[in-house]
Write a protein that binds this ligand. Structure first.
Ligand code: SF4
Length: 324
């Protein structure tokens, strides 16, 4: 059976997003929403697999505001909240019946998780991810390289259920990799809120300027005449995602010959980064002024997603001989 192209992707509710989220995930979403039928969701059940405190509503809606600020269009995509879809939980249960434990044990990191957070929910969350994806019969899933094992599990689970019901109920979804899976932060390590090395998507310009000015550079560039190597500098990683590529060659050769100083190089970065953030901020301000409208957009998306998930569940129940 030929399944229509459909993309499903979720993000845990982390509150306001940073540049790593934008370049690692949202940029792929923006490209995909222009080409395919997309379902993007707030993975709030997944958040509970790692945290003991309840999920804050502000963490959900601050994140959704940043999706909208980045240009995610609820007219073209379906935005919804995972925990509002009991169909995912039902599908998880039905898939679990046909998923050998050994498949989950093969997922990288299973042993450490079993030692550190041995809750059933945490150990089984790759299967919940499979349910999130298969509830919409997704054909494509944006993933980081570190999640390809999870998608492989999803493909195996889909194949197994298709065999059990004797029909091609589910497609085996393909991975869509991000061109910037890992953006480095202010200190050169992976950008993350917890590492304290992030620049928020809509952080105030004066704060962004301060952060960029303080960023370390190639340690060999101590004095203005010292030559450097862009690849050894965390500022260069931000240029790669913010500065037009036509400017890379003169900047790189200026760094290698000491023709430009780090202050000038950082100013070029700010000249491109700040206007992009100003656009996000302007859109976010509009959405934050109308919180009811944002809730309504998510509400409409959730109901649209429910229609699709219910249809899938009817097919699965019927295939498994359960009363429909
Ligand atoms: S010139 Fe630019 S790339 Fe080179 S070390 Fe300085 S800030 Fe980094």
């Amino acid at each position: 059976m030929q399944h229509p192209v459909r993309v499903v992707s979720g993000m845990r509710p982390t509150g306001a997003l940073h540049l790593g989220h934008f370049h690692g995930v949202l940029q792929s979403w923006l490209r995909l929403q222009g080409e395919h039928d997309c379902y993007f969701f707030v993975a709030d059940w997944h958040a509970l697999t790692d945290q003991v405190q309840p999920v804050a509503e502000t963490a959900i809606y601050d994140m959704v505001v940043d999706w909208l600020a980045a240009g995610i269009d609820p007219q073209r995509t379906t935005l919804f909240i995972q925990s509002r879809m009991p169909e995912h939980a039902e599908l998880f249960t039905l898939l679990a019946m046909h998923t050998p434990l050994s498949w989950l044990e093969r997922v990288p990191g299973f042993k450490e998780v079993a030692e550190r957070h041995p809750s059933f929910g945490r150990l089984g969350y790759p299967l919940l991810q499979a349910a999130d994806i298969l509830a919409y019969k997704a054909t494509h899933v944006p993933v980081g390289q570190d999640q390809s094992a999870h998608l492989e599990l999803c493909r195996e689970v889909a194949r197994r259920l298709n065999q059990v019901v004797g029909a091609a109920l589910f497609p085996e979804p393909a991975a869509v990799f991000s061109p910037t899976p890992r953006l480095s932060g202010l200190d050169g390590r992976k950008m993350s809120k917890s590492a304290g090395n992030a620049i928020g998507m809509r952080e105030a310009p004066q704060e962004v300027r301060k952060k960029v000015v303080r960023m370390p550079t190639d340690p060999r560039r101590v004095h203005r005449g010292d030559v450097g190597e862009p690849e050894r500098c965390p500022v260069w990683a931000l240029h790669q995602v913010s500065t037009p590529s036509a400017e890379f060659a003169p900047l790189a050769s200026g760094c290698r010959s000491a023709a430009i100083g780090c202050v000038d190089c950082k100013q070029v970065l700010l000249d491109h980064l700040l206007p992009q953030q100003a656009e996000w901020r302007a859109r976010a301000v509009q959405h934050m002024a109308e919180p009811k409208q944002v809730h309504w957009l998510v509400e409409v998306g959730t109901e649209r997603a429910r229609v699709m998930a219910r249809k899938t569940l009817r097919d699965v129940r019927e295939g498994l001989g359960l009363k429909v």
